[in-house]
Ligand binder design. Structure first.
Ligand code: PRX
Length: 657
């Protein structure tokens, strides 16, 4: 699970206190305050969630806070709350925040716009009326295939307003991946941009939607926002509608629909351990309560902040910390479309300087990219307003941590490496800025009301400093409530391993200071630049190619991206291993999943290492590419000669493509 070097690093890690300047202004101002609040929240979780609920606007509130236990639980059953009302109307109706900027938009092409809370309320109400006029209502599913745009926020908040369940699909996914999501979520409508700007090119999103819809499906309407006005956009009569035309005649008044706090609010697909992506279902109200709490305490977020989370709306991070958490706290957020190092390497800094961003949230891979671009570049910009840097999605290596602190934060900032999953709908592990000590590389401490443990195979806690499985013992509001259309898979995936607990699929260590270090997945999921990819999903795509007999995909550590996928292939005898075929196989992954999953290399091998029962031992393939040899146990191999052949295949000339 963890190598000696990592365990040594953890054992020797030291605490770094948050700067006094930060501490004096934060919600919680000492480690003792965190310890006390955490203790109270575990003894009385209902008390903690009641305190959070009291800060939100409810349409109807019952006294019950939680019923049931994992995996069958509810928070605030019978109480009614609307996400859009809390994220938009609350601020739009208040004289102090009405004309405050909610979102500053910056396009990759240099376009700049902004929207205030009042304007957002009007736009959201109009789009909710558009959805209603097309017959969409509470419980219907819509797919949203858009990049970061103000209009994307309008669309999603309008869904929340009505209880229409949205499914955002990352606008880098291929037509095939989009089709799978549209079909399996039974979406009645697709809302897309006609195109998006990425690295100076225009991606033709509407054409991808058209291709995805060439199948049997339930889609009755496609609404197209013309982000790229000059782009020729094919429209299908009676099915496709123009966003602006529909909005032009819509009323700006639309009452919020009362929804039970446990009603489904959003659906987001993520990679699991089998080939088929899982449609994770989050309760709208539960998601709001959870994300509000994480955002308040872990980002220490306030209305006066200028905050930028670089995540794309296709990933849940954006929904947790911007769309819902960020707006619910009434902050001002930067919304950026495109690559953060385009058209020049300093683009991230340029935008931070322009708006005097004081809190930045990104993925470790982005921070490592900036590290590669160097200190000199960072020093060209005025980043003096920065006080908090946050990351999520993959391990944040100590080198990157030290660099971020020094280069971006003048040694005087808080760095918060948070840990969370699509399923947890938030980050159960993080520092509490201003209160808890930081450690370069750790994921901080458990959040209020969350009982996290590191356990062995039998579900028994392991001693501090020892790696084990990370589990969560108790329910919390933003935990996924289901896998769409497959409740058995939900129970099997998360609750079968340790009875009564949520199984994260990650390995971790708790150190002697009570800080947690998440080491990586224990299943066949890899993290490429913070994008979660199932190796099984890639393998099923490869196996569908006529040349491929067997395929095994493993992750290889990468300095910038964290990991990159490498594929091992055995070929049908009638095909020859060559560069052309390797390119074709890489392309197959790109069109089935998306370009972010493109394998770094393809190794054509004669045979795979297998157990006696015929299972491919991916661990050995991983060891071969990482160490050039297999050091672990090899007794399980069905054919022990195979390793030598494999090593030759992999390190020999001619078949590394
Ligand atoms: O393996 C863990 C890794 O990312 C996985 C979750 O990916 P995703 O669902 O895409 O996350 C969305 C974030 C809201 C986890 O199972 N991971 C996440 N954060 C960290 C991490 N690994 C190490 N350190 C982290 N800080």
């Amino acid at each position: 699970m963890a190598n000696e070097e990592t365990l040594k690093l953890i054992a020797e890690s030291t605490k770094v206190a948050p700067p006094d300047s930060y501490r004096s202004a934060s919600y919680l101002q000492s480690e003792a305050a965190y310890v006390e609040k955490y203790r109270a929240s575990i003894e009385d979780p209902e008390g903690f969630w009641r305190e959070i609920a009291d800060e939100l606007t409810w349409q109807h509130r019952e006294n019950v806070i939680v019923t049931g236990d994992l995996p069958d639980f509810q928070f605030f059953p019978g109480s009614q709350i609307n996400v859009a009302e809390n994220c938009v109307d609350r601020h739009a109706n208040h004289p102090l925040s009405r004309n405050k900027v909610a979102l500053f938009f910056e396009g990759e092409n240099g376009e700049r716009r902004s929207v205030t809370y009042l304007q957002l309320q009007r736009e959201v109400s109009k789009f909710a009326n558009v959805l209603q006029s097309l017959g969409l209502q509470k419980g219907d599913v819509v797919s949203v295939y858009m990049q970061n745009l103000i209009e994307t926020y309008v669309v999603l908040l309008a869904c929340f307003r009505l209880g229409v369940i949205y499914n955002t699909v990352f606008a880098g996914f291929s037509a095939e991946a989009l089709r799978e999501r549209i079909v399996s979520s039974k979406a009645k409508a697709v809302i897309c941009a006609n195109g998006s700007y990425r690295r100076g090119k225009v991606l033709r999103l509407k054409e991808i939607v058209d291709e995805a819809l060439e199948c049997e499906n339930d889609v009755e309407h496609v609404i197209v926002y013309r982000r790229v006005p000059e782009l020729e956009t094919p429209m299908t009569a009676d099915r496709d509608h123009d966003y602006d035309t529909l909005m032009a005649s819509a009323s700006a008044e639309c009452p919020v629909v009362p929804l039970d706090a446990n009603d489904p609010g959003l659906l987001i697909f993520t990679s699991g351990t089998s080939g088929k992506p899982k449609g994770i279902v989050h309760a709208g109200g539960g998601f709001l309560i959870g994300t509000y709490a994480y955002t308040k305490y872990q980002l220490d977020l306030r209305p006066e902040d200028v905050y930028w989370n670089t995540a794309d709306i296709g990933w849940l991070t954006s929904h947790i910390f911007v769309l819902v958490g960020g707006l619910a706290l009434g902050t001002t957020t930067i919304l950026y479309e495109g690559a953060i190092d385009y058209p020049h390497q300093g683009r991230l800094y340029e935008v931070m300087e322009r708006y005097q961003v004081n809190k930045i949230f990104s993925a470790p891979t982005a921070f490592r990219m900036m590290l590669k671009y160097g200190l000199e570049l960072a020093q060209k910009y005025d980043l003096s307003s920065l006080s908090l840097l946050v990351s999520v999605g993959e391990p944040l290596n100590p080198e990157a941590w030290q660099w971020m602190r020094k280069a971006l934060g003048r040694g005087d900032v808080v760095i918060n490496n948070t840990w969370g999953q699509t399923e947890t709908g938030g980050t159960p592990l993080a520092s509490i800025p201003g209160a808890t000590a930081m450690k370069a590389g750790s994921c901080g401490v458990p959040f209020f009301g969350h009982q996290l443990e590191v356990v062995d195979n039998e579900g028994k806690p392991v001693p501090d400093g020892t790696p084990g499985y990370l589990i969560i013992r108790n329910p919390f509001p933003s935990l996924a409530r289901d896998i769409f259309g497959d409740h058995d898979r939900y129970l099997r995936s998360y609750f079968a391993q340790v009875p009564g607990a949520y199984f994260t699929g990650d390995s971790a260590v708790r150190d002697t200071d009570g800080q947690f270090w998440v080491l990586g997945r224990v299943d066949d999921v890899i993290n490429v630049s913070g994008h979660r990819i199932s190796t099984m999903e890639m393998e099923s795509s490869l196996i569908n190619h006529p040349a491929v007999v067997e395929a095994a995909v493993v992750g290889q550590p990468d300095e910038v991206k964290g990991a990159v996928p490498v594929a091992f292939i055995t070929l049908d005898k009638t095909f020859t291993a060559n560069e052309e075929l390797a390119t074709e196989l890489k392309q197959k992954i790109v069109s089935d999943i998306g370009s972010f999953a493109r394998p770094e290399r393809i190794h054509f091998v004669e045979a795979m290492p297998k157990t006696r029962s015929g299972k491919i031992i991916r661990r050995m393939l991983r060891e071969i590419i990482q160490n050039g040899e297999v050091r672990g146990d090899v007794t399980g191999l069905e054919d022990s000669d195979i390793l030598e052949k494999l090593l030759l295949d992999v390190t020999g000339q001619g078949n590394l493509v």
